[in-house]
Write a protein that binds this ligand. Structure first.
Ligand SMILES: [Zn+2]
Ligand SMILES: [Zn+2]
Length: 168
């Protein structure tokens, strides 16, 4: 199981070489492969670029990959002192709801077969190619469009691959 740290903006992962804990951000993803088979919900093998410089694999369910980044924002509003949800228990998903209403989904794609931006999830991504490994500003992103299921590619800024809700 991978948990999602809403403040760090990534999943927890472990370096496959040193065993050190890592924050796995979406921008470190290099390939996402949906595992074959009738498994429902489907599982995904995420190959990511680790801080150690190597690539490792992480097995993630659809819920971990797509839902945790939205749902875990709850955690950031959990009151450690009282052990209860903060005053505004809807603040986490509320942030995402407002962000999505403004067109900022966890991932927003531009598929040539639709007039507007396509709301999407991390599991729609297939491969990320940074302009420069280690100092990436742009990525060539390959995806499967969730609306028409066609494959496509687009250039995205690094900021477009941050899993933080944007209110404005
Ligand atoms: Zn590593
Ligand atoms: Zn499409």
């Amino acid at each position: 199981m991978h948990t999602f740290d809403a403040l760090a903006g990534g999943w927890d992962a472990t370096c496959g070489a040193s065993g050190d804990p890592q924050v796995l951000r979406l921008s470190a993803f290099r390939r996402v492969r949906r595992l074959p088979g009738p498994a429902a919900p489907p599982a995904h093998l995420v190959t990511y670029r680790c801080a150690c410089g190597d690539e490792h694999g992480a097995l993630m369910s659809s819920a971990e990959l797509d839902w945790l980044p939205v749902a875990a924002t709850f955690g950031a509003h959990y009151d450690l002192m009282t052990g209860r949800m903060g005053r505004d228990p809807d603040a986490g998903p509320g942030l995402w709801a407002r962000s999505m209403q403004r067109g900022h989904w966890p991932v927003t794609l531009r598929c040539e077969h639709h007039a507007g931006p396509v709301p999407a999830w991390p599991s729609c991504l297939r491969a990320l190619e940074p302009d420069e490994e280690g100092a990436a500003r742009w990525y060539l992103v390959h995806y499967v469009c969730p609306l028409c299921e066609r494959r496509g590619s687009e250039v995205m800024r690094r900021e477009a691959l941050e899993l933080v809700p944007r209110a404005a």
